[in-house]
Ligand binder design. Sequence first.
Ligand SMILES: [Zn+2]
Length: 300
Amino acid sequence: MDSYKKLLLANKAFVEEKLQVNPDYFTRQAASQTPEFMWIGCSDSRVPAEDITGTEPGELFVHRNIANLVIHTDFNMLSVLQYAVEVLKVRHVIVCGHYNCGGIRNAMTKHDFGLINKWLRHIKDIYRLYSRELDSIADLQQRMDKLVEINVTEQVHNLAETSIIQKAWHNENRPYIHGWVYDLRSGHLKETAMMKPGSKLEDIYTFEFEEDASGGKPWGWISPRAPLFGEDSRLRMIELPVKPVVFQRVNGLQALTRCRTGNRAPVERPPASGERVHHDRLLRVRGERGVGVRIAVEIR
Ligand SMILES: [Zn+2]
């Protein structure tokens, strides 16, 4: 029998088995997915993500490539990541490497593999960064194992350095990023790295995000130290790069133009461009990106 037919037969058995346990198994599952985990694993056939984690269909959102790499120009991986984080809102992203990884082993050789040289190059770059530590390990197997572990940790950092992850940390305090290594020889998973939401990164990799109208934090401040608005010394001119949609009194100071939205503040409407806004000292403002407005603030 052609070997591939075995798979189609096995599929029939799989369907029957599932339906015997639960007649609604497939109809229920087809409706939607709400996985809690995203998995970035190696394409290696010996590391089936669901099997080794005991997860069911619907629990893992999976991306796999050779040596579980997170490359900043890989739109395949980045698209999966963005969808997982921003749409499915996963709580954990797991990078899982494994010992005896062919990608790691081959990257440590001088062989020319053609196109895949380009992919393995990323692993060679990691080797160069850690060459002192790796070269000091005499045993080749142990050196490969070490590079497998280092590679996973590097990919965890690569994830944290994406704006996708940093924005989710900033806005929603998730996801956790985990680095695991699967041991083919024992079947065990080993935790090698973990980054909590908001973990400090090297400055050069850190993004700053503007608050938007739904962000829940003030975008900026209106201050009486702003330049004068026309002849009247009590009026200050404020140029805002945003259209103010929320004004909020702070420290008991009064604003005559009232807050339009927001939970605590009285509701009226946002000031229009050129409109005078009375307030004593400080007014906190948050707005919509991309819509500028100019308002006058009266200091009393
Ligand atoms: Zn592998």
